[in-house]
Design a protein around this ligand. Sequence first.
Ligand code: TEU
Ligand code: CA
Length: 528
Amino acid sequence: MTKRWWRDAVVYQIYPRSYRDTNGDGVGDLRGITQSLDHLEWLGVDCLWLNPIMPSPNTDWGYDVSDYCDVHPELGTLDDFDELIREADRRGIRVLNDLVPNHTSDMHAWFKDARMSKDSKMRDRYVWADPKPDGSAPNNWMSQFGGPAWALDETTDQYYLHLFLPTQPDLNWWNDDVAVAFDEILRFWFDRGVAGFRLDVCHAVVKDKDLRDNPPATEDDPPQVRGRGQKSIYDMNRPEVHDVLRRWRRIARKYEPERLLVGETYVWDLQSLIAFYGKRNDELQLAMNIPFVHSRFDAGRLSTIVDNMESGLPRSGWPVWMGSNHDADRLATRWCDDDERKVRCALMMLLTLRGTPLLGYGDEIGLPNVTLTERQLRDPVGMRFWPAYPGRDPGRTPMQWKSGAGAGFTAPDVTPWLPFGHPSRCNIADQKSNPRSVLHLTRDLIALRREETDLRTGTYSHRASPDGTWVYNRGKRFVVALNMSDDVAKIPRVRGKVRVSTERDRDDSSFSGGLVLEPWEGVVVERP
Ligand code: TEU
Ligand code: CA
């Protein structure tokens, strides 16, 4: 086992409610994940990231935690979790939990106590402020989910802060009791055998002590910031957040093997992102690259993000790349317009870049987003912004294991918590029996990555190539050439043997005198 195992790993995200239901209530559960480990081992992934499994009133589907040291009864029990860890371990698969340190549920015992009176011992664990003289909110901060970030609590006539829903009060990370309580929460799960955490909103846990107003957005801001009308200077990404991350890393380092901290670092500029690795490699081991996920599937844009990361990140750091997640929808639709050629190309890119690939459940079969009606929505964000934005449910629908009623996700007569797409068009079983399927491509790329050190840790260097294509060397022996355009592309000065091609028709064939790629075709070439 290598010390920094995550550099060699392929991580696979599971949204537990949507993976596999074993007790016929239409909701995926931990036992369902345990029962799926054979598939995951066959696929070759090394590590699972589970979205929150803790007890929660589910106003934000697990991201509103009411008890950090237990399992949501709908998903199972702590015993089920221990069994999952044991069974995964037997197959060499590690498990990451999702930790939500920015806020709790308003049903968490701390908040219930805190809101009772200004003298509550728990009061200062949250962010409270008096109304302005005219009764309005203490400052101009906005909720990520729309509207002001402040809710007036009538009992004590003070506002509390919520960067997300009013049912998700923000914790006050200036309060040492909060920090100490989270140290224990980290240890609770590390001791149980989790390999680490994906840290929710980890760039934002600390807020400006003086609660200063955010300044207005300016023209040079990315569209997401301009859309909100203000720069998140004071409510997010404060310098003190780095103290918190260093504190957690110190705890992670006490374990053998060291526990992994993967941050949801929702920042748009590279310098802020890189800062989360720590000045002395003492913060996150992996920081998610948000501009990459939200980019168009465009050779120029994506390669620029990767090139900048490659040149900016110190040697001690390591990138992580993803195209799908439970907030951003599935790559098959968002990046690839449900065009299978593009999906194959995207998977080849993710699995051959230098860095840890993070696949969303269903990416291995190119599972598309599912179009929902308003009545089918469960995500509070979709319910609020429908129809302008359907929210995040389209990428959170159940895994499609096979065709037919229940899709292998649940019993045939059960209605799943979110609807299926078209299981007969896209499912694991059918693709498993077809060696040319997307599923086999994913598996073969993962296997090649395991086999070839160059494809894991070899250097990345971007080669000059025609517009709309992206060609890079990995180590000394490999070239990856992706044609991300609708035109046939000629790539000069490449020769060797194709190890894997997206359409599989060129596998193991040798060529010299330049490479011609069909639209959206990609190849991994071993040089002579
Ligand atoms: O997301 C943080 C976040 O800022 C984005 O998800 C974004 O604002 C949102 O998706 C826009 O629709 C994390 C979790 O990944 C997300 O699922 C939670 O809802 C959120 O935190 C609150 O815990
Ligand atoms: Ca269930």
